[in-house]
Design a protein around this ligand. Structure first.
Ligand code: DP6
Length: 418
C-alpha cells in the first residue's frame, strides 16, 4: 500500500421525513428507539448530502469538512460509525492506479471526508439524517464492505437515528428491533419511490428566531418525564405502523393523510407532555395546520397531509399535482413573500408546481383571490414574511455513487477540499 496515491469515493444520499415519528431511545449509546417509525425519502435533486471520502497513506489523521469548514470527528457518534465500518472493511484493489489495500491495512490508514448539503444546514431539515447515511454509504464503498443496505442502516443509526431511514428511497420502515446489541434495529424498504409517484411534497421553511431544543436532548427529556410517550410507544404506534404500511401498500391517501397528521400531532403532544415542556411548532406552524385542516374538511376527502419534526417547518404531502398547485396558491395567499424577496428564491425545488398554479411573477401572488372554499370560514389574513421560503419536491430515490470525478469534493491529488 506504499506510495503517494489517494483513493476516493463520492456518494449522494437523500434526507427523509417521518410520517410515523421516532421519538425516544431505549439505549442512548447504540441509538435504539422505543418504537418503529416510517418515513418518506425526499428527492435528492432538492434535498441531499454529497460526501467524498478519501484514503491515502499520506494522511496522518482522520479529518472532516462540512460545507467547506473543518469540523471535529471526536464525537462519539462519528467514532461509532468509523469504528463499525472499519471493522467491516475488506481487501481493495485498484489495478488502474496500482493500489492494493489489504483488509488489515484499514486499521492504520486515515480518512479525509468532505460533505456538502444542497440545502441550508441551519434550516432544520434533517441534515444529520442525510449526512450520516451518506458517510456510512460512501465509506462502505471505499472500503469494499460487503454489508447490504439494511446492515449499513444499522451503522448509520449509530450516527443519528433518523439516518438509518435514508439508506433507501421511497417508503422506509425503521424496525426498532429487540436485541440488546442493536443488530436487528435497522431500516427496510416498504416500497420504492415509483410505487406512489403522484405525491407532491411542499416544505414551508418557517422563519424562527428561537433556538430549538435538539432532537437528541429533547427526546431524552421526554423519555425521562412523559407518561404519554410510554402509552404512545406501547399502545399507539404498533397499531399505527400496521395501518400506515397498509395505506402505503394500497396508495390509500385518505388513511395516509389521517395517520400522518395524527402522528405528527401526537409527537408534538408528547413534547408538550415533557417536563419542562418542549415547543417545536410556532404560530406560523399552527396557522399552516389550520389552512390544511380547513381545506381538507371543506373538500370532504383529504387533499394534503402535514407533518412537523423538531422545529416549526411544515412538510406537506399533497395527493397529486392538482392538489399541490391548489395548496401552493393557498399557502402563497396567506404567506406571501416579503417585498425584497423575489419569487425565484421564494419557491425553490420543482418550480413546475408554480406554473401549474398559474403563478409566473410576484404580482400574480398579490393578485391571488382568497381561497374560495374557505373564504367564509376563516378571515383571509396575510402573514407576509412568516415563511422564509418553500421547497417543492417529491418522494425520491436512495443513495447513489457519483462516478463523475468533477463532482468529488476533495482534490484527487492532495485529498484536501477543492
Ligand atoms: C422528530 O434522528 O435527529 O425528526 O437519533 O438523537 O440523532 P438522534 O435524533 P434524530 O431525531 C429525529 C426525530 C424526528 C422524528 C423522525 O425523524 O422520526
Amino acid at each position: 500500500m506504499a506510495g503517494k496515491w489517494v483513493r476516493m469515493v463520492t456518494a449522494q444520499t437523500p434526507t427523509n421525513i417521518a410520517v410515523i415519528k421516532y421519538w425516544g431511545k431505549r439505549d442512548e449509546a447504540l441509538i435504539l428507539p422505543v418504537n418503529d417509525s416510517i418515513s418518506v425519502t425526499l428527492d435528492p435533486a432538492h434535498l441531499c448530502t454529497t460526501t467524498t471520502v478519501a484514503v491515502s497513506p499520506s494522511f496522518d489523521q482522520d479529518r472532516m469538512w462540512l460545507n467547506g469548514k473543518e469540523i471535529s470527528l471526536a464525537g462519539g457518534r462519528f467514532q461509532s460509525c468509523l469504528r463499525e465500518i472499519r471493522s467491516r472493511a475488506c481487501d481493495v484493489e485498484d489495478e488502474e492506479k496500482g493500489i492494493k489495500i489489504a483488509k488489515k491495512d484499514w486499521e492504520n490508514l486515515h480518512l479525509h471526508i468532505a460533505s456538502y448539503n444542497n440545502f441550508p444546514t441551519a434550516a432544520g431539515l434533517a441534515s444529520s439524517a442525510a449526512g450520516f447515511a451518506c458517510l456510512v454509504f460512501a465509506l462502505a464503498k471505499l472500503m469494499n464492505a460487503k454489508e447490504d443496505q439494511s446492515q449499513l442502516s444499522a451503522i448509520a443509526r449509530q450516527g443519528s437515528g433518523s439516518a438509518c431511514r435514508s439508506l433507501y428511497g421511497g417508503f422506509v420502515k425503521w424496525i426498532m428491533g429487540k436485541d440488546e446489541d442493536g443488530r436487528d434495529s435497522l431500516a427496510v424498504q416498504l416500497a420504492d419511490e415509483k410505487h406512489w409517484d403522484d405525491l407532491v411534497i411542499i416544505i414551508a421553511v418557517v422563519s424562527s428566531r428561537q433556538k430549538e431544543t435538539s432532537s437528541t436532548s429533547g427526546m431524552r427529556e421526554t423519555v425521562e418525564t412523559s407518561l404519554l410517550l410510554k402509552h404512545r410507544a406501547k399502545e399507539i404506534v404498533p397499531k399505527r405502523i400496521v395501518q400506515m404500511e397498509e395505506a402505503i401498500k394500497n396508495r390509500d391517501f385518505a388513511s395516509f393523510a389521517q395517520l400522518t397528521c395524527t402522528d405528527s400531532n401526537q409527537f408534538h403532544a408528547v413534547c408538550l407532555d415533557t417536563s419542562p415542556p418542549i415547543f417545536y411548532m410556532n404560530d406560523t406552524s399552527h396557522r399552516i395546520i389550520s389552512v390544511v385542516e380547513k381545506w381538507n374538511r371543506s373538500e370532504g376527502v383529504p387533499q394534503v397531509a402535514y407533518t412537523f419534526d423538531a422545529g416549526p417547518n411544515a412538510v406537506m404531502i399533497a395527493r397529486d399535482r392538482k392538489a399541490a398547485s391548489l395548496l401552493l396558491q393557498r399557502l402563497l395567499f396567506h404567506f406571501p413573500p416579503n417585498a425584497d424577496t423575489d419569487l425565484n428564491s421564494y419557491i425553490i425545488g420543482d418550480k413546475s408546481i408554480l406554473q401549474d398554479a398559474g403563478i409566473q411573477k410576484k404580482e400574480d401572488v398579490d393578485a391571488l383571490p382568497p381561497p374560495s372554499k374557505i373564504k367564509d370560514d376563516i378571515p383571509s389574513h396575510k402573514f407576509r414574511g412568516d415563511v422564509s421560503y418553500f421547497i417543492c419536491t417529491r418522494p425520491g430515490r436512495g443513495p447513489v455513487l457519483l462516478s463523475d470525478k468533477s463532482q468529488a469534493l476533495l482534490n484527487p491529488e492532495t485529498g484536501l477540499p477543492k
